[in-house]
Write a protein that binds this ligand. Structure first.
Ligand code: GTP
Ligand code: SPV
Ligand code: MN
Length: 601
C-alpha cells in the first residue's frame, strides 16, 4: 500500500471557493460522507492558491523542481511505474443496456458498478484532503461550453486541471444556482494506485464519471477523455452537435485567405505536432495557428460546421518533441509546465528521447533510477508528457476564445500505417468521407497500456472515446452531413508510410504543410487531382514539393495504391464491420461495396 498523502491545511483565503449551487453542495456532501476526508479544499484556481499547492506538492515529493533558470515555474512529476498510460481494458461505459454502450465499449451494469465503486471509495480519503474542482470546458460565452466538477484526492490532478481547463469562478458563473442546471459529476480517488483496483467508469445518462486507482493523465483528468469525449460524444448525439478527438488549426495564405481544418488522428499519431506546424521556408508568408491539439466540439451554424477547443491546456507527448520537429511546442513548454515521467539530467533540466542535442552522459530516469546511454531502458517513458497552458503557444490562434467557434473547411482523418494508405487522398463526398473515418486504422502506441505497433481499426480515432453505440455514432455522422449545406471536404492522410528499407518515406512535421496546402487548394476548388478507386489523389505535380529533398521514386511510393494491399484492406474493412454485429448503417455497408466495385472497374 502506498502512503496516503497527508491532509493539507490551507491558510485563510485559499481553498474556500465554495459554489453557491445547492445540487453541487449536496453531491459533495454525499461523496464526503462516503470517503470521509480529513477536510475539503474548494478550489478557486487563483495564483496564490496555485503557489500554495505547488509548495505542498514539493514538500510531498509529488513534484520535483526543475532548473528554474532554464524552465521557470516548471516541475517534474513521476507517476507510479504501474500507472503510466490510459487503461482501455479497465474503462467502462455503464448504460442501462449493453446495446447502448455498443460493441466497441466495455459495458458494466450501472447499479452493480455504483455499488462496487462505492465500496472501493468507502473511507478512501480518510486522513486526506478532498479537493473540489469546478471547471468549464469551452470558451465562457460559447453555447457549447459545459460545466464539470471533479472531486479528487490527488494534488497533481488539481495542478493539472488548473492548466487543462478554465477552473474556478468562470465555471461557477456559468453554472449559476439553478438546481436543474446541466453539469458533470466527476469523482476521482487514487486509492492505493493498484492496477487490480483501477476502474474508469462513465454513466452517460447520469452525466457522471467515477475513476479510481490511477493517477495518470487521461484516466484522471476527467475533463479530457472522460467528459469532453466519452460523455461529450453521448451528449453531442442527443443534442445535435459533435465531440471529436481532433486538433483544430488555422492556415492562412500570404494573400490573407484563411481556412480552418480539423484532424482526427489516434493517440500519439501527430495531432499536437500538426496543430503547431511551422511551414518550411519555401512556404514563406503562410501561417499556421493552433485552436486546439486534441479535442474539437463542433456545431452547425448557417449550414457550416464550427469548432471550439473545449480545453485550456495541452497534455502532449514528450518523446520526439524538439526544436527541429516542433519549435512551438518547445517554446510552449519552456515555462509554467508540468512534465510527467521525463528524465532529469544533472543540471536539473528535463530530458526525453528525441530532444535536440546529444544524449546526456547521465540522467535519473522516469522511475528515479540512474541512467546512462548504455542503459537498455528508455530514460523517459515513451508516454511521458507535458502539461502546459494553451497561452504559452506562440502560434495560438486569435479566435481561440470565440464562442461560436471557427468555420471548418476540411476534416482530415489519419493514422499510423506502414503500408497500404497513401500520403493523402480526398473522399468523393460526405458519406464516402464518413466511410474513410469509420474504417480508418492505426498502429497502436504507448498512449494506452498494451501492445504497441499492432494495426487496429480506430474509427474517427474514437475507438477508446466514443461513449455510446458506435453504430449510432456512425449514423450521427451521416445525419450531421445532411444538416450541412456547406459541408467540409473530407480527406485521409498518412505521414507514416514506410519504404522497403523500413524507413519513413515522408519527412513529416513542418513538411506536412505541403499536404495541407493541397487540401486548402482543393477546398478553394483549384487543386489538381486524379480519380482513383479510393478517392481523389494528387498526382506528384499537384503537390508542391519544391526544395524538398525527396526522390521521385519515394513520391510515387507515397502516392501509390497497391491493388493487392487494397484487396486485403477492403477485406479488413468488411471484417471490422461484421465484427460490430449488425450496428453499421446500411449507407456505410453500401460504401464498402462501392469501394470493392471501383477496384473492378
Ligand atoms: P495524443 O496526445 O496522444 O492524442 O497524441 P497526438 O496525436 O497529439 O500526437 P503527437 O503530435 O504528440 O505525436 C506523437 C508522436 O508522433 C511524437 O513522438 C511525434 O514526434 C511523432 N510525430 C508527429 N508528427 C509526425 C510526423 O509528421 N512524422 C513522423 N514521423 N512522426 C511524427
Ligand atoms: C490520448 O491518449 O489520446 C491523449 C493522452 O491525449 S490522455 O489524456 O492520457 O488520454
Ligand atoms: Mn489524444
Amino acid at each position: 500500500m502506498r502512503n496516503p498523502a497527508p491532509a493539507i491545511v490551507p491558510p485563510n483565503g485559499i481553498g474556500d471557493a465554495k459554489p453557491g449551487n445547492q445540487a453541487v453542495l449536496d453531491w459533495v456532501h454525499d461523496v464526503a460522507t462516503l470517503t470521509e476526508p480529513e477536510n475539503i479544499f474548494w478550489c478557486g484556481g487563483s495564483d496564490r492558491e496555485n503557489e500554495f499547492l505547488i509548495a505542498e506538492s514539493l514538500k510531498q515529493n509529488v513534484l520535483i523542481k526543475v532548473n528554474p533558470k532554464k524552465f521557470p515555474r516548471s516541475y517534474l512529476h513521476r507517476s507510479d511505474p504501474n500507472d503510466v498510460a490510459r487503461v482501455e481494458q479497465f474503462t467502462f461505459v455503464c448504460t442501462p443496456t449493453k446495446e447502448e454502450a455498443g460493441p466497441t465499449n466495455n459495458w458494466s451494469e450501472p447499479r452493480e458498478t455504483y455499488t462496487k465503486l462505492r465500496s472501493l471509495l468507502k473511507e478512501a480519503m480518510r486522513g486526506r484532503t478532498m479537493f473540489v474542482i469546478p471547471y468549464l470546458m469551452g470558451p465562457p460565452d460559447s453555447p457549447l461550453a459545459k460545466v464539470g466538477f471533479e472531486i479528487t484526492d490527488s494534488i497533481y490532478v488539481v495542478l493539472s486541471m488548473r492548466i487543462m481547463t478554465r477552473m474556478g469562478e468562470t465555471a461557477l458563473k456559468r453554472l449559476g444556482s439553478q438546481s436543474k442546471a446541466e453539469w458533470n459529476r466527476g469523482v476521482h480517488s487514487l486509492l492505493d494506485v493498484n492496477p487490480n483496483r483501477r476502474f474508469i467508469c462513465h454513466f452517460p445518462q447520469d452525466n457522471t464519471i467515477i475513476s479510481v486507482g490511477s493517477g495518470y493523465g487521461g484516466n484522471v483528468l476527467l475533463s479530457k477523455k472522460c467528459l469532453a469525449l466519452r460523455i461529450g460524444s453521448y451528449l453531442a448525439c442527443k443534442q445535435g452537435w459533435m465531440a471529436e478527438h481532433m486538433l483544430i488549426l488555422g492556415v492562412e495564405s500570404p494573400e490573407g485567405r484563411k481556412h480552418y481544418v480539423v484532424a482526427a488522428f489516434p493517440s500519439a499519431c501527430g495531432k499536437t505536432n500538426f496543430a503547431m506546424l511551422i511551414p518550411p521556408k519555401h512556404f514563406k508568408g503562410w501561417k499556421v495557428t493552433t485552436v486546439g491539439d486534441d479535442i474539437a466540439w463542433m456545431q452547425v451554424r448557417n449550414g457550416r460546421l464550427y469548432a471550439v477547443n473545449p480545453e485550456n491546456g495541452y497534455f502532449g507527448v514528450l518523446p520526439g518533441t524538439s526544436y527541429k520537429s516542433n519549435p512551438n511546442a518547445m517554446k510552449s513548454i519552456a515555462h509554467d509546465t508540468i512534465y510527467t515521467n521525463a528524465a532529469l539530467i544533472d543540471d536539473g533540466e528535463v530530458w526525453w528521447e528525441g530532444k535536440d542535442g546529444a544524449r546526456p552522459p547521465h540522467a535519473i530516469d522516469w522511475r528515479g533510477n540512474d541512467w546512462t546511454p548504455s542503459s537498455k531502458e528508455k530514460a523517459a517513458h515513451p508516454n511521458s508528457r507535458f502539461t502546459t497552458p494553451i497561452r504559452n503557444n506562440p502560434a495560438l490562434d486569435p479566435d481561440v476564445e470565440k464562442g461560436e467557434g471557427v468555420p471548418i473547411s476540411a476534416i482530415i482523418f489519419g493514422g499510423r500505417r506502414s503500408d497500404t494508405v497513401p500520403l493523402v487522398y480526398q473522399a468523393f463526398d460526405w458519406a464516402h468521407g464518413v466511410y474513410l473515418g469509420a474504417t480508418m486504422a492505426s498502429e497502436t502506441t504507448a498512449a494506452a497500456t498494451g501492445a504497441v505497433g499492432r494495426v487496429r481499426r480506430d474509427p474517427m480515432a474514437m475507438l477508446p472515446f466514443c461513449g455510446y453505440n458506435i453504430g449510432d455514432y456512425f449514423q450521427h455522422w451521416l445525419d450531421m452531413g445532411k444538416r450541412l449545406t456547406r459541408p467540409p471536404l473530407i480527406f485521409n492522410v498518412n505521414w507514416f508510410r514506410k519504404g522497403t528499407d523500413g524507413k519513413f518515406l515522408w519527412s513529416g512535421f513542418g513538411e506536412n504543410m505541403r499536404v495541407l496546402k493541397w487540401i486548402v487548394d482543393r477546398c478553394e476548388g483549384h487543386g489538381g487531382a486524379v480519380q482513383s478507386p479510393i478517392g481523389w489523389l494528387p498526382s506528384p505535380h499537384d503537390l508542391d514539393l519544391a526544395d524538398l529533398d525527396i526522390d521521385h521514386k519515394c513520391v510515387a511510393e507515397l502516392l501509390g495504391i497497391d491493388h493487392e494491399e487494397w484487396q486485403k484492406e477492403i477485406g479488413a474493412h468488411e471484417k471490422f464491420f461484421k465484427s460490430l454485429g449488425g450496428v453499421v448503417p446500411e449507407e456505410l455497408l453500401d460504401q464498402s461495396k462501392q469501394l470493392a466495385a471501383r477496384f473492378k472497374e
